[in-house]
Write a protein that binds this ligand. Structure first.
Ligand SMILES: Cc1ncc(COP(=O)(O)O)c(C=O)c1O
Length: 385
C-alpha cells in the first residue's frame, strides 16, 4: 500500500523544501551573468560568516567524497605525517583516500558505536611531528558524534602546527561547529543537513590552511587544487571549472532558510528531534547502536530486538511501503538494524509520518508493538523540551 512518494529518511539525501526545489528547476543562465554572480558572491560571504571562517570557502560541483579529497590534498604533501582517526565506515574511507597519497600515514580506529577520544588523539600526536590530523565529526555509519570542540581546542593548545581536517558531511546545518574553534579544513556536501539534492562539495579553509597550500609545491590534483579555485572564490566572475549554477542558487536558498530559522535554533531543533526519535524507537523496543553521550543530532542507528527475529530487508521494505525510506546499516552493523537520517528541513510532521510508518511496519513484520506507543513517546519528548 504505497502512499505517494515515501519520505526520504535515509542519512542523505534528505527531504528538500519546495523553495529549494524551485531554485534547482529554474532556467539556467550563464555563470558570468551579473544576476548569478551577485548571488554567488553573497552566498560565499554568508557561508564564511555563519561558520566563522577567516580564510576561503570553496563551493564546487562534486559529492562529499570529492570534498574529502580536496580537503586533504591541499594541506599535506608527499612524505608528510598524517594521522587519520576513524569512527567507522566514512572514517575508513578517509584512511583509503589518504593511503592513495604519498603521505606517511598513521591511524587510530574506534570500535564501532564509540569514538576515538581526545586523550588518544593527544597521545598519538605527541609521538611525532604530524602535518595534519583528519577526523569525522559525525560518523554516518554509526551515528557517533566526535567531541569536536574538545579535539580542536586540544590540538590548537598542545599541537599548534597540526592542520585539523574534519569531515562535516553529516554535521553542517545539523550540529554545531565553528571554524574559529581551531578547525583548519571543514568539508561537507549539499544533500544532508543543508537539505539540497546531491551535487555540491563545500570546503571551508582557514587562513592557516590557505597559507599551508601556498607554501607547498604544485600538487598532482588539478580540479581539487585550492590554488586554481582561490581567484574564483574571491571574485566569482573568474573562471576555473564551470560552477553548478542551479545548485548554487539552491544552496543560496538553503542558507536563506538557515538564516531565517537561525543557525543556533536549527541546531537545537536537530538535537530535540534526535532525542524524540530515540525515545520513540526505544519505546518500540529498538536500541541504538551508539553510546548515549555520543548520539548525533543528524543520524541514528537502531538495532532490531533479539525477539522476535526481524528480517532486515523485509522490515525496511515494509517501512518504505508504509511511507518512509530508511537506510540499511553498513559494515560491522550491516543486517543488525537500520539507520534514520533526521536532518535538514524536516518538521514535527515529518517525525509523525516516520514513526507511524515504523509502527505499521513492525506489525506487518510480526513484531507486535502497541500502535501509538512510539508516537506517544515522541510527542512526550517534544512537549517536555
Ligand atoms: C560522514 C560522511 N562522509 C563522507 C560521505 C561521502 O559523501 P558522498 O556520498 O556525497 O560522496 C558520506 C556519505 O554519506 C558521509 O556520511
Amino acid at each position: 500500500m504505497l502512499k505517494g512518494s515515501p519520505l526520504v529518511m535515509v542519512p542523505g539525501p534528505t527531504p528538500i523544501a519546495r523553495s529549494i526545489q524551485d531554485q534547482m528547476g529554474r532556467e539556467t543562465i550563464s555563470f558570468n551573468d551579473p544576476r548569478f554572480v551577485a548571488v554567488f558572491n553573497s552566498l560565499i560571504a554568508d557561508m564564511k560568516s555563519l561558520w566563522r571562517c577567516d580564510g576561503i570557502v570553496f563551493i564546487v560541483a562534486g559529492s562529499g567524497t570529492m570534498a574529502m579529497e580536496m580537503g586533504i590534498c591541499n594541506v599535506a604533501g608527499t612524505g608528510e605525517n598524517v594521522l587519520v582517526c576513524s569512527n567507522g565506515h566514512f572514517g575508513d574511507r578517509f584512511i583509503d583516500i589518504c593511503a592513495r597519497k604519498n603521505f606517511s600515514l598513521d591511524t587510530i580506529k574506534a570500535q564501532w558505536g564509540t569514538s576515538v577520544t581526545v586523550d588518544e588523539i593527544d597521545k598519538k600526536l605527541s609521538e611525532k611531528k604530524y602535518s595534519a590530523l583528519v577526523t569525522t565529526h559525525i560518523e554516518t555509519s554509526t551515528g557517533v558524534e566526535l567531541p569536536l570542540r574538545q579535539v580542536a581546542e586540544m590540538v590548537r593548545r598542545k599541537h599548534p602546527d597540526v592542520i585539523l581536517v574534519v569531515d562535516g558531511v553529516a554535521s553542517a546545518g545539523a550540529s554545531e561547529f565553528y571554524m574559529d574553534w581551531g578547525i583548519d579544513v571543514m568539508l561537507t556536501c549539499s544533500q544532508k543537513g543543508l537539505g539540497i539534492s546531491p551535487g555540491l562539495g563545500i570546503i571551508w579553509a582557514s587562513q592557516r590552511a590557505i597559507d599551508k597550500r601556498q607554501s607547498m609545491p604544485p600538487i598532482s590534483e588539478s580540479y581539487a587544487d585550492f590554488v586554481k579555485w582561490i581567484p574564483v572564490m574571491k571574485d566569482t566572475m573568474q573562471y576555473w571549472g564551470t560552477p553548478s549554477v542551479n545548485m548554487i542558487w539552491a544552496l543560496a536558498e538553503a542558507i536563506r532558510i538557515i538564516k531565517d530559522e537561525g543557525l543556533e535554533e536549527r541546531i537545537k531543533r536537530h538535537k530535540l528531534f534526535s532525542d524524540a526519535i530515540r525515545s520513540s524507537l526505544s519505546a518500540l523496543g529498538f536500541r541504538t547502536g551508539t553510546e548515549e553521550a555520543l548520539a548525533s543530532p543528524s543520524v541514528t542507528v537502531f538495532f532490531y530486538p533479539e525477539n522476535p527475529k526481524i528480517d532486515d530487508a523485509a522490515f525496511r521494505s515494509a517501512v518504505y511501503e508504509e511511507g518512509a525510506h530508511i537506510g540499511g546499516c553498513l559494515g560491522v552493523f550491516a543486517g543488525k538494524g537500520f539507520r534514520i537520517g533526521h536532518m535538514g528541513n524536516i518538521t514535527t510532521g515529518t517525525l509523525v509520518t516516520l514513526i507511524a510508518a515504523i509502527e505499521r511496519a513492525c506489525i506487518r513484520c510480526g513484531y507486535d508493538v502497541a500502535l501509538g506507543s512510539g508516537l506517544a513517546a515522541m510527542q512526550k519528548a517534544i512537549v517536555s523540551m
